[in-house]
Design a protein around this ligand. Structure first.
Ligand code: F6P
Length: 320
């Protein structure tokens, strides 16, 4: 490998910069020229490329977002777009690519690999919804941001003895909701993977005072089928329960990455380059038992992301 390209695509995630830094410096350390592609896959169509030296990734390990920008791009999802992208990469002398991003970005990397262009994927998304990957870069930071808000909301909810609904991100998966709900001591956690009816929530809130529980924290995943605002309305209209609702939105994606995400990003970025240089492309990197591992793209996309059933049950047991 003489020239490796690196890009971030899709939604940004805290720790992407730490991953870029690791990819760039790992390549340079091995004597490879590293090229940053700006604006995700879109940058491949308008030659938005720059050679990255070791100093170009200085002082970014602590920054949220991504210095390479994280765009979505329709053209790259077509056959013609992928062929054009590969031609442009080859024209620039780039012989392999590290893609940092979520499911969609990794699917594009898999498609380019199928067309014989060597690619590696570094999973990065606060949703933590990449099948088979234990932890994606950004999840821990997103989670800790949510916990910070839950704790703040609990202070005021407990003072006013009013229930609070907190809507969190996660697309069509409930990992962020489940983990933050368990860590934040929520009474109810609504996730897309499970059905929880209004009646159960209402009964729990109504029975609360008999156990000296005067307010509830309810976490609603954005993909759970009911929004926080609608749940708030229903509780009021159908059960006369007054609550407050907070939609955390994009606050969950911003902010400095946690130490855990910085370490994860550094390890995964380095492992991606290591595998590319060993001519083992076509894989997504991860950590298992604190050890770097990798999975073939096909393995990832033949599965669907799951929530941890045991954790879900536990959250119910602990919220009595
Ligand atoms: O994938 C990360 C994520 O923040 C999801 O949790 C959310 O559904 C989506 O991106 C929001 O995307 P956008 O910023 O385009 O509204």
């Amino acid at each position: 490998m003489d020239r490796i390209g690196v890009l971030t695509s899709g939604a940004d995630a805290p720790g992407m910069n730490a991953a870029i830094r690791s990819v760039v410096r790992s390549g340079i350390y091995e004597g490879v020229e590293m090229v940053g592609i700006k604006y995700g896959f879109k940058g491949l169509f308008n030659d938005n490329l720059e050679i990255m030296d070791a100093s170009s990734v200085g002082s970014i390990i602590q920054r949220g977002g991504t210095i390479l920008q994280a765009y979505t791009c329709d053209e790259i999802h077509t056959d013609a777009g992928q062929e054009k992208a590969i031609k442009n990469l080859q024209k620039q002398g780039i012989d392999s690519l590290v893609v940092i991003g979520g499911k969609e970005a990794l699917a594009v990397a898999a498609a380019l690999q199928k067309k014989n262009f060597p690619c590696m994927g570094v999973p990065a998304t606060i949703d933590n919804d990449i099948p088979g990957v234990t932890e994606a870069v950004g999840f821990d930071t997103g989670l800790n941001t949510i916990i910070d808000y839950i704790d703040r909301i609990r202070d005021t909810a407990s003072s006013h003895e009013k229930s609070s609904i907190i809507e969190v991100m996660g697309k069509d998966t409930g990992n962020l909701a489940l983990w933050s709900g368990l860590a934040g001591g929520a009474e109810n956690i609504l996730v897309p993977e499970k059905k929880e009816d209004l009646e159960t929530i209402v009964n729990q809130i109504k029975e609360g005072p008999s156990r000296d529980k005067r307010y509830s924290i309810i976490i609603v995943a954005e993909g759970s089928g009911v929004s926080g605002i609608d749940l708030n309305k229903k509780l009021k209209e159908e059960a006369g329960i007054e609550s407050r609702v907070t939609v955390l939105g994009h606050t969950q994606r911003g902010g400095a990455p946690t130490a855990r995400d910085r370490v994860l990003a550094s390890r995964l970025g380095a492992h991606a380059v290591e595998l590319l240089l060993a001519e083992k492309s076509g894989r997504v990197v991860g950590l298992e038992n604190h050890t770097p591992v990798s999975y073939a793209f096909d393995d990832i996309f033949s599965k669907t992301a799951q929530i941890d059933e045991g954790m879900y049950e536990l959250s119910g047991r602990l919220s009595i």
